[in-house]
Write a protein that binds this ligand. Sequence first.
Ligand code: NI
Length: 180
Amino acid sequence: MAKLDIITLPDPRLKLVSEPVAKVDAEIRRVLDDMLETMYAAPGIGLAAIQVGVPKRLVTLDVSREGEEKRPIFLVNPEVTWVSEETNIYQEGCLSVPEHYDDVVRPARCRVKFLDRDGVAQEIEADGLLATCLQHEIDHLDGVVFIDHLSRLKRERIAKRFVKQARLQSRVGTGRFGIG
Ligand code: NI
């Protein structure tokens, strides 16, 4: 397994619509395993492939609490098939929007169908943090970041801050936007 680099705002790849996976093969499993390692190391509770620059419909998740046994979930081509009318507010963050947290309103429960790491079709019904996390990650596959759910004013203010940060970083030459 290998830890991958996580892309952050304002990287334009975060707006890409990711491609469905045709077959869950060894190559896809390798990407999933690398994503899980990257997510745990961050640390994060969810990661979409585009966040490591891979435009494929792949997600890793683990909402187990610290000290609990790890419960990784691998999702290939996940699709939300149902959402509740009841909503929930969670303060969300994102590894691609470092150090920013904001309240996001989403359906409180959802049902998601997907292929697992072995390519077997599964469907789960989720509530609480898992429901929020699933919707947040599946959004990434369609080029949507959680700040897109905020008011335009808020979103533009946050986006501007990240553009400014990137400009500063490229000027001081941290290597982050340099070669390699
Ligand atoms: Ni995210």
